[in-house]
Design a protein around this ligand. Structure first.
Ligand code: SF4
Ligand code: MG
Length: 334
């Protein structure tokens, strides 16, 4: 089968504003390498998690996919069609109907003066769906029922601040689903919610995937929700994917030292697995994406780094075992 979404060697470099003195000296333009050559494929009804610390480029990747940003280089394909260079208003509008985004903070993505009805009617009006108000109302009620905001008539007249955080995020999910999209980019959709309701919202998203056939890119810094929610996982570090594979493979048999370090920080609920992942310290802080270390960009923090190799040569993402990829010179050797 063809992937629903495919990205190839995707790059996003942001120019850094030069100071007055720097520009007088004619200093060369410098760039933040936010996304630096990322490739992956996502198949129908998969939950593909993009995991990493803040600043690793995962949100930028999401914004490139929904076309809130233009890539510096690389390709994006939706259902086999090259959509990298779509530019006209009509093309972008048609694309947005198929590819929706859910943000971390539903509050900031909702007009506080809009009632829930208006929040959900807006995408319908933008995309010209539903000829009459009655038709749109029917779609709005259906969408609210799908996300279990029931009975809808009790909620359509409320303002966003009158809902709980979890209800607000479910309205944001309804707003994305009301267009019947093919693909949803969910950027940290539960990280601002109370721990006790995170699983509930992710469970709902899973259920909606079964019902509607939608496919998700799940962006998160949180290994434990990724483990629970995703069936495929890519770990990002400083703009590159350093490990990728089925979620259970990545979690049960992490290949990259960085993935191991991330997992070591997650409390392991199953006691029999506690000693599988040995404590692995990472040294220091994440370097900035402006001054990317040469060679393997993880080498200044890696306890296995070898002089002359890791600090000199950029490793490539290789398939170490079936479907399980890692970008490390020493994969399997430590
Ligand atoms: Fe560590 Fe070297 Fe592998 Fe990079 S390539 S993760 S520095 S062992
Ligand atoms: Mg982010």
């Amino acid at each position: 089968a063809e992937p629903v979404l495919k990205v190839e060697n995707l790059k996003k470099y942001f120019p850094i504003k030069r100071g007055f003195i720097e520009s007088l000296k004619g200093a060369p333009q410098r760039f933040v390498h936010a996304v630096d050559g990322v490739s992956f494929e996502i198949y129908k009804q998969q939950v593909f998690a993009l995991v990493g610390e803040s600043g690793c480029g995962k949100s930028t990747t999401g914004k490139l996919i929904v076309k809130l940003l233009e890539p510096t280089d690389g390709k994006i394909y939706l259902e086999g069609r090259d959509v990298t260079d779509i530019k006209t208003k009509e093309e972008i509008l048609a694309y947005r109907r198929k590819v929706q985004m859910i943000f971390q903070d539903p509050f900031s993505s909702m007009n506080p003066r809009f009632r829930i009805f208006d929040v959900l009617e807006e995408p319908l009006l933008i995309h010209g769906i539903g000829e009459t108000r009655a038709e749109r109302e029917e779609l709005i009620y259906k969408a609210l029922e799908m996300v279990k905001i029931t009975p809808p008539e009790d909620y359509v007249g409320r303002f966003p601040h009158m809902l709980s955080g979890g209800q607000r995020q479910r309205v944001a999910i309804a707003r994305a689903l009301i267009l019947n999209p093919t693909f949803i980019v969910a950027d940290e959709p539960v990280s601002m919610l109370d721990v006790s309701i995170r699983a509930e919202v992710l469970e709902l998203m899973k259920e909606l995937k079964e019902k509607t056939g939608v496919t998700y890119l799940y962006i998160t810094h949180d290994m434990s929700t990724a483990r629970y929610f995703a069936d495929w996982m890519a770990v990002m570090y400083l703009g590159r994917i350093v490990e990728m594979g089925p979620a259970e493979k990545v979690i049960d048999n992490p290949l990259h030292p960085y993935t191991r370090a991330l997992l070591a920080a997650v409390p392991e609920p199953k006691p029999e697995r506690r000693n599988v992942i040995k404590e692995l310290p990472i040294k220091g802080e994440v370097p900035s994406a402006v001054n990317i270390p040469p060679g393997c960009r993880f080498h200044p923090r890696c306890i296995y780094a070898q002089k002359g190799l890791c600090d000199a040569k950029q490793p490539q993402l290789i398939e170490y075992e079936h479907n399980h990829f890692a970008e490390c010179h020493l994969v399997g050797k430590y």
